[in-house]
Design a protein around this ligand. Sequence first.
Ligand code: MN
Length: 236
Amino acid sequence: MVYCCSDLHGYFDEFIKLLKKINFSSNDTMYILGDSIDRGPKPLELLKYIYEHDNIIPLMGNHEEFLLAYVSDDFDKKSDAFLWDLNGGKTTRLAIDKLRKNDPVLYKNIVDDMKTWQYYLVLEPYILSHAGYNAMKLKNIPATIESLSKMTLREFIWSRDAFFKHKGIDEYITIFGHTPVRKIRVVFNQEQSDNIWVCDKYKDKIGIDGGVAIDGQLNCVNLDTMEVTIFDPKKT
Ligand SMILES: [Mn+2]
């Protein structure tokens, strides 16, 4: 089976419980749609687990970009570390500093691996990306799958309303995270819930960030059956 989930934000124990709940095995594949780190308690445990499992395929999120900026040579350690910390990065930052000191080989492996994480993936008929893309651009160019090449890397990891308020690429359904679904529902004046959000106007987007980092839940979608499994830490 092929699954996806998103915005794990260092909630490693909860992720493991989710894997148990779906009976995840070495024959299955799990895509994580970005923001595996920051905010939560065990970002490094999650990064190690991802690194050790070839059938867990992570995508880039804006929080992974904070980390890669931090470990790059031209990083301003003082002001940029401050900005990352403001965005929930402190636990990750301290853990990555410690790893660099205590296990430089594993540190290098994890960072080098992270540099290869993709910004989007196409698994027909699905497009997977952290934040979608800039759907407003499709007003001026044909809304075909080729239009993905016109999007900037930043748009795959930072888009919000510019993605979910506008019609997307024809004949594809985009599965995305980044904006917790409860916040998307506020934008559309919809009834509150942390369950996956399906765009009812265009039927071309599915938001799956259940907001585990804001007292919400983890949503996991089986891409073969479209069955959704929820792990809600509040209910265990
Ligand atoms: Mn994000």
